[in-house]
Design a protein around this ligand. Sequence first.
Ligand code: NAD
Ligand code: ZN
Length: 273
Amino acid sequence: MGEIELPEALVKALREVRSVGVITGAGISAESGIPTYRGRGGIYDDPDEGDRTVEALSAHTLESDPDRTWRALFQIAGAAANARPNAGHLAITAIERKAARFVLLTQNVDGLHRLAGTQNIIDIHGDAFHVICTACGNRNQFNDPRTGGITSLCLNMHECMAANVAPRCPCGGVYRPDVVLFGEMLPEDKLARLYAELLDNPPDLVISVGTSAMFPYIVQPVLVAAAAGKLTIEINPEATEISDFVAFHLRTNAGEALPMIAAAMAGTEEGKG
Ligand code: NAD
Ligand code: ZN
């Protein structure tokens, strides 16, 4: 990708920013070794493989063949279990600390923003380490080898992956992943936060990074901010639906651009007061 420099007009504008919204997709975790869906090296590069994954990760497959849903889910969770936050995730945490108001809207289910220390996260598609029993509603989670949070109350991901079937609750019911599957509604409480924190009162700066921006609720916050005259940035090596609408499209990797943005923003580590 090579070295980039931020345009001077952008550096100047970043100094004035007080409130920030960041929207992330699978691309921000690519540099942590987790494959994206679309884009270069994404599994949809192979359309058959892509179709099979969408089918497996759908509400109707969960009902008819939960083992199949879980096999697909284990691929994401298994990759995530070995991954560490990269410079992009860490820069977002630094940006949050500098901002007077901050929200992160992520489509990722890999938990890496949480591990990087970002606080105000709307994980609109859920978390692949969390599960809910489809029979009794009990919640549980996989022990996360990245945090050392291994307790006997948690599910053992290695055992579950080795068995390669849907994990079960002590009540006998099948667990489902606490993620939004294809064909399912978004959780209302998270949508309400998305509206309140990004749409009703758009932040001074909205950054979209590493997402192919296929969903209206991902595109909308960027368009609303742009229409309100706020600063908008896209970070993606490729062009997407929103590229023509942002003030600055940085065609580079998240791990390169985000630390530069964090450095250019005014403020102190005590910014939150
Ligand atoms: P996507 O796979 O559709 O698109 C990824 C985008 O990231 C592409 O536009 C690509 O050009 C860009 N990209 C690739 N490498 C990059 C880098 N180093 N820096 C910046 N950008 C980069 O991702 P999506 O829009 O998030 O949609 C995928 C869906 O699948 C989401 O709903 C998500 O829940 C799920 N998913 C999650 C993970 C994860 O949790 N890490 C991984 C794969 C898929
Ligand atoms: Zn149960």
